[in-house]
Design a binder for this molecule. Structure first.
Ligand code: URP
Ligand code: ZN
Ligand code: ZN
Ligand code: ZN
Length: 468
């Protein structure tokens, strides 16, 4: 029995084009598009018809960087796969790629099994996994090949966090060489963690313990230096594709831009917090700045213009959230009197699509660029395209009916993430998700949640097709 849904009269926006078209969904996939009002579209019938007049019809968002239930600093990120994917759906995201953690002394398989166990049966939307390499050994390198075969096709290495996730340059180079052989994408957290730890120690010894010092010790120059080093290592490894996560400093962006000008396969991601927030937030009194502690850190305001420019010029290709929420009460508070003990990370998975739409309203990016940065580019980058990230025959019917005129005020009182504060408390944005389909199944209907934990499935990813 076929199961058809018809979305009538909306403006279909993809990264490639905008058309007034009706979208026919059949058995969880996009079956066809036809110009609204055309004879072809008028002839269609379906069990369910959604009136999208006055609305955008956009691909479901692909958030390529989340940390549900991630262990960090003696605690766990406060969103589970259940609460985090539900919140993502409320915000128009229909796929996440979450980071599995390899613990030091343990294998990749063990980490991956643990993440599958946490996610399976609990997700409202589809999900894939990246792998964090914390312990690059001969065994790890061999396991990388196996993971690529299971759809875990990207590996994150940390130049930061000595003693936790940190890898030295030799280990990073070896992992990059292996990725060059198995086709995986190397992702790097580019901050010079060894130098940062010296500055942390000096700051604490001098009594500089407030959250704002987190931003001061994690210097832009140390992000740029690490970015430069990661790029050179990737070149030495044989010009392997490289993806720099959560770029926040304009000096780091300049390194990426210079590499891309040489034609190197170097890619960059930034996140809404770096585009909309700044060190002013980190300096909020009464320890409130802890809400904004993440790494790379928020930067002074002037970096924002450079990041917006990078998004327009394609020196940055992807906007992800790095969603890694910790409650202010009981979690962020672990770092009262010592900023280095504040768990690093911020909530955001629910607000990425809306904040980037606000950027369209504000004139920073075009409507199609919004969809490229939030849907199509991450789907291609992480081997999900064209199943995810676009609206085309054969693609999964992960579709969002988006009201571009609705006004909303972001707040912890109304968000759906399992965290007791909003990083955007009181911020007014224009645009809001109305209805969300995941593989043709309604998850949000006229802003009523109708989703189900367990609807979302693991999506084995292919190799990156970005740039090919
Ligand atoms: O502060 C952050 N970004 N926490 C999550 C871990 C990471 O480095 O992405
Ligand atoms: Zn083990
Ligand atoms: Zn990171
Ligand atoms: Zn992260």
């Amino acid at each position: 029995m076929s199961n058809r849904t018809l979305i009538r009269g909306g403006l279909v926006v993809t990264a490639a084009e905008e058309t007034h078209a009706d979208v026919l969904v059949e058995d969880g996939r996009v079956a066809a598009l036809a110009t609204s009002g055309s004879a072809a579209a008028e002839a269609w019938t379906a069990e369910r018809v959604i009136d999208a007049s006055g609305m955008y019809v956009i691909p479901g968002g692909v958030d390529g960087h989340t940390h549900m239930e991630m262990p960090f600093g003696g605690t766990y990120a406060s969103d589970t796969f259940e609460t985090g994917t539900r919140a993502a759906a409320w915000g128009g995201t229909t796929t996440i790629v979450d980071f599995v953690v390899q613990s030091v002394g343990h294998g990749l398989r063990e980490g991956l099994d643990a993440w599958h166990a946490k996610a399976e049966g609990n997700c409202a939307i589809d999900y894939g996994f990246h792998m964090i390499l914390s312990d690059v050994t001969e065994d790890t390198l061999k396991e990388m090949d196996l993971l690529v075969g299971e759809g875990v096709t990207s590996f994150k290495l940390f130049m930061a966090y000595p003693g936790v996730f940190y890898s030295d340059d030799g280990r990073i180079l070896r992992a990059m060489q292996r990725a060059g052989e198995n086709g995986g994408l190397t992702m790097v957290h580019a901050e010079n963690g060894i130098a940062i730890d010296v500055l942390v120690e000096q700051a604490l010894a001098a009594g500089r313990t407030d959250p704002r010092h987190h931003g001061e010790v994690r210097k832009a120059l140390l992000e740029a230096e690490a970015t430069h080093r990661a790029i050179q290592l990737a070149r030495v490894a044989g010009d392997v594709p490289l993806y720099i996560v959560h770029v926040s400093a304009q000096e780091a962006l300049a390194e990426i831009a210079a590499a891309r000008d040489l034609g190197l396969p170097v890619h960059g991601e930034t996140c809404p917090q770096y585009l909309f927030l700044s060190t002013d937030n980190l300096a909020e009194p009464d320890f409130e700045g802890a809400k904004y502690v993440c790494s790379t850190p928020l930067r002074p305001q002037e970096h924002q213009a450079a990041l917006w420019r990078g998004l327009r010029t394609d020196d940055l290709q992807v906007v992800s959230t790095d969603h890694c929420p910790f409650c202010f009460s009981g979690q962020k508070e672990l770092g009262r009197g010592d900023f280095s003990k504040i768990p690093n990370g911020m909530p955001g998975v629910e607000h990425r699509m809306d904040l980037l739409h606000q950027a369209v309203v504000d004139g920073h990016i075009s409507r199609r660029r919004w969809i490229d940065l939030a849907c199509a580019a991450p789907a291609r980058m992480f081997g999900l395209y064209p199943r995810k990230g676009t609206i085309a025959p054969g693609a999964d019917a992960d579709l969002v009916i988006y009201d571009p005129h609705a006004e909303q005020v972001l707040s912890a009182a109304t968000h759906h993430m399992n965290v007791d504060y909003s990083a955007y408390e009181g911020k007014r944005v224009t645009g809001r998700v109305r209805t969300v389909l995941s593989r043709g199944v309604p998850v949000l209907e006229d802003r009523e949640y109708v989703g189900r934990a367990g609807h979302g499935v693991y999506v084995p990813r292919g190799l990156s097709t970005y740039g090919s």
